[in-house]
Design a binder for this molecule. Structure first.
Ligand code: PEP
Ligand code: MN
Length: 361
């Protein structure tokens, strides 16, 4: 894809390497914003302060951001700490208000980048303004929609563009709030080599305990920066409280990251890395399916217990084995492998049902 991009370091000289963007998920009060910002300014290495003031929430009765008045608080952050400021915009009105308040960088969230209509409207509102825009990947793992959003902005004359990898909605059980699916940003980089890509480990993880390895992985894949949600008192945060760090915790996390001075050329586009990422995702799905299977097995166990039916139903098991072997062979698996797998699964299933029978509740 041919994009006309201005290199990141020419318009955003970062305080540290890589670029670190930090700040609360949501601006809540002027005091919370200022305390978080001064805390961040004190730890050093932070270039941009983020805060959401228009929050895209799943349910309408939840906190939807403080709105326009938060822009004044961000102006104060900039004046008092020197940090650049960024907010999420989702409509032409947000763009106008952000521009009127001197916001340095805009970002488009995952719920907006998924919609070509909204992105087009935002792009048109930005025409004639030389404002940098960061584009989060859409909720669903759809590289073309992500690229389409970036193209729409580029066609409207926005050349200071950054892609933010924030993970993808994942239907199954997963340790992550949004599955990283690293192969997608890797593919984006190989299709748009000039486009800076940064990661948002906070929204990938959904849980602060998982942040470090994900942030490290992003750096190892040569992403140019990190956006990490930071709150002066995460346990009291009105949004995303499980994933936010205090400024002190962010400092600790940054100190643990290994910054590779000289990237191995082409490592980001490494095919091996991309394939490994696919394997990670598939294994996660495999675990999810096995766990779900065992849940159903237990439910059957309770049913058998209530109806005094024996655990082992040999006829059913023999038929199931034959069916699975046939299906597996059709999918290119060997009979020996399927048998071994089924035996292991069966053993665990029987054990689960024995446990159910022995339970006294
Ligand atoms: C956010 O950055 O707080 C946010 C709403 O993120 P996303 O669009 O990635 O869900
Ligand atoms: Mn958030």
């Amino acid at each position: 894809m041919q994009l006309d991009i201005v290199p990141l370091n020419s318009w955003l000289p970062s305080a540290g390497l890589p670029l670190i963007i930090a700040g609360p998920c949501s601006a809540e009060t002027e005091c919370q914003v200022m305390e978080t910002a001064t805390g961040l300014a004190a730890i050093g290495g932070i270039t941009v302060f983020r805060a959401g003031i228009w929050k895209p929430r799943t349910r309408p009765s939840t906190f939807e951001g403080v709105g326009k008045k938060g822009l004044k608080w961000l102006q104060r952050v900039k004046a008092e700490t020197g940090l650049l400021i960024t907010v999420e915009v989702a409509s032409p009105l947000h763009v106008k208000q952000a521009i009127d308040h001197g916001i340095d960088i805009l970002w488009i969230g995952a719920r907006t980048s998924v919609s070509p209509f909204s992105v087009q409207e935002i792009a048109e509102a930005l025409e004639g303004h030389d404002l940098p825009v960061m584009v989060k990947n859409p909720l669903n793992p759809d590289l073309k929609t992500w690229m389409g959003a970036i193209e729409r902005l580029n066609q409207a004359g926005i050349k200071k563009l950054v892609a933010i990898h924030r993970g993808f909605s994942f239907f199954n059980r997963s340790p992550y709030r949004n599955a990283p699916m690293w192969e997608i940003p890797i593919e984006l980089r190989s299709l748009c080599p000039d486009l800076p890509v940064i990661a948002d480990p906070s929204h990938i993880c959904g849980n602060r305990d998982l942040l470090l390895p994900v942030a490290q992985k992003a750096l190892d894949l040569e992403m140019q920066g990190l956006m990490i949600e930071t709150h002066i008192n995460p346990s009291k945060a009105l949004t995303d409280k499980h994933q936010q760090l205090t400024p002190g915790q962010l400092k600790e996390l940054l100190s643990k990251l290994v910054y590779r001075q000289e990237a191995v050329p082409g490592e980001f586009q490494n095919r091996l890395e991309s394939l490994r990422s696919e394997i990670d995702k598939l294994d996660e799905e495999l675990m999810d399916i096995l766990a779900r299977r065992m849940d159903v097995v237990e439910e059957i166990g309770y049913y058998k217990k209530a109806n005094r039916i024996t655990i082992l139903q040999l006829k059913r098991w023999n038929q199931l084995t034959l069916d699975r072997i046939e299906a597996g062979i059709r999918m290119g698996l060997s009979k020996e492998f399927i048998l071994k797998l089924l035996e292991t699964v069966h053993e665990e299933s029987i054990q689960r049902q024995i446990d159910v029978m022995n339970r006294t509740e």
